[in-house]
Design a protein around this ligand. Structure first.
Ligand code: PRT
Ligand code: ZN
Length: 293
């Protein structure tokens, strides 16, 4: 049996969530001593734990069949690849969210990205930055930094930076202001854009189907409530992302019914308040552990 190799980040922002996601798909691993190669116990799916920057290349070179990495890194590698090799984004994942933004020193006179034409931009994402700017007719020179990009303007090596931002704390601490988002990123599951053996493809499809179930279950809730018979239609409309609810009689109460529904969108307090205002009572919201369409 051919085995599938999945590359995930060894230690960093995406590590725990990548592993947790695969485990929630039912994968179990025997960890090797050096902790870099984990053998899949019930499925022929093994893990390779590496630096996130290496993941796209491992896929392009066919060393791994799947990889979880930030779209920022995958895009950078694809934009930089002179042979136009590409990766297949199979699923965007609900973690690792950040944005690649242009930022300039607080006291600079730049007002928009267009003012950066002909300027120097420090970044860990030169190919992606250049490609986005040049599509808008802006030609900037990039200076590659592998880390601590935010110190570049202070050192006088660049006029601006293009860096990942999540809370903006790092920019503020370095007296930089974010003035334009170039690229929104999340973690994603990537595959190779070549055809694999049937055996491998069947296994990957099976994993994807489980992954879809896990991703759907994560934002789905099972909602139970009591409703006046007359308000069933209105209450159904108020349930976020619900399909046909089940209706059940309530013993000794002909006016009201019990309604059960799976809501496939986040259920906020506001939704519950609206349900209550429409006459619902005994409202319960339960997590959904697994789902298979
Ligand atoms: O060792 P290895 O190379 O594997 O890890 P790494 O240090 O290169 O990556 P890591 O773990 O820091 O990030 C992995 C991925 O997480 C990135 O490629 C992004 O896809 C995603 N991600 C999400 C982020 C951030 N949020 C983020 N905030 N990556 C980096 N940052 C940086 C940001 O550049 C800034 O310098 O974190 C700093 C703090 O951000 P603020 O805005 O909250 O201050
Ligand atoms: Zn890295």
């Amino acid at each position: 049996m051919k085995r599938i190799r999945v590359a995930i980040q060894k230690s960093g922002r995406l590590s725990d969530k990548s592993l947790d996601l695969l485990q929630r798909c039912g994968l179990r691993f025997a960890r090797s001593k050096d902790k870099l190669y984990w053998y899949g116990k019930d499925f022929p799916i093994d893990l390779l734990l590496v630096r996130d920057d290496d993941i796209p290349r491992l896929l392009l070179d066919g060393v791994c069949d799947l990889g979880i990495v930030g779209q920022n890194i995958a895009e950078e590698v694809m934009q930089d690849d002179t042979d136009n090799n590409s990766l297949d984004e199979l699923r965007a994942l609900p973690f690792g969210g950040c944005r690649l933004s242009l930022a300039v020193p607080e006291n600079s006179s730049f007002e928009s990205a267009a003012d950066l034409d002909g300027c120097r931009i420090a970044t860990s994402y030169p190919a992606l930055t250049k490609s986005i700017l040049s599509k808008r007719g802006i030609n900037a020179e990039t200076v590659k930094f592998s880390g601590s990009v935010e110190i570049a303007p202070g050192l006088g090596t660049a006029d601006a930076i293009s860096d990942l931002v999540s809370t903006g704390t790092t920019l503020r601490a370095n007296h930089l202001v974010e003035f334009e988002v170039l690229f929104q990123s999340t973690a994603a599951l990537y595959g190779r854009s070549v055809s694999l053996s049937d055996e491998k493809q069947v296994m990957i499809n099976r994993l994807l189907s489980r992954l879809d179930g896990v991703l759907l279950a994560a934002e789905s809730k099972y909602v139970m409530l009591h409703a006046p018979r007359d308000s069933v239609d209105e209450i159904t409309r108020l349930l976020p992302g619900a399909e046909n609810p089940s209706l059940m009689n309530l013993e000794g109460d002909s006016e009201r019914v019990a309604m059960h529904a799976v809501c496939r969108e986040t259920v906020f307090w506001e939704h519950l308040e609206a349900l209550k205002a429409a006459g619902a009572s005994a409202i319960l919201v339960l997590p959904v552990e697994k789902m298979l369409g």
